[in-house]
Design a binder for this molecule. Structure first.
Ligand code: FES
Length: 130
């Protein structure tokens, strides 16, 4: 099996009860593209997103640390206009792409919840509670 040199991070342990979702190939995402996903069914599936930066993919739960709103209003749109930060569409909190830490806005100092993510054979996989 060939592994890409990409790095995903988050919870490194994958419990048997946590479903894994294939999001598609890394090369289908352009630099700074984002992709939403949900895991589980019903009214409250787990909702998250990934951001590609270089050959790395960062994955987070789609919940702002301010008051818990989803970060985006438009599908797959999570970044600021300059593309350098994750932005919350509700009140403008800005988060670092690499760490998920809020550096400006009403929840400064808090961090997005990381999601376990890895790339195997060029495919992005995320794992989260359903
Ligand atoms: S809910 Fe995100 S900044 Fe207020």
């Amino acid at each position: 099996m060939t592994r890409m040199s990409s790095v995903c991070f988050g919870r490194q342990m994958r419990a048997a009860t946590m479903p894994e979702l294939a999001l598609g190939r890394l090369d289908e995402l352009k630099e700074y593209d984002c992709r939403e996903f949900s895991i589980g069914a019903g009214d409250w599936p787990f909702r998250g997103f990934v951001v590609r930066k270089g050959n790395q993919v960062f994955a987070y739960e789609n919940v702002c640390r301010h008051v818990g709103h989803p970060l985006n209003l438009t599908p797959d749109k999570f970044l600021s206009r300059d593309g350098q930060s994750i932005v919350c569409a509700s009140h403008g909190a800005l988060y670092e792409i690499d760490s998920g830490v809020c550096f400006a806005g009403p929840c400064q100092g808090k961090a997005l919840q990381k999601v376990a993510c890895e790339i195997r054979d060029g495919v992005i996989y995320v794992t989260a509670r359903a």
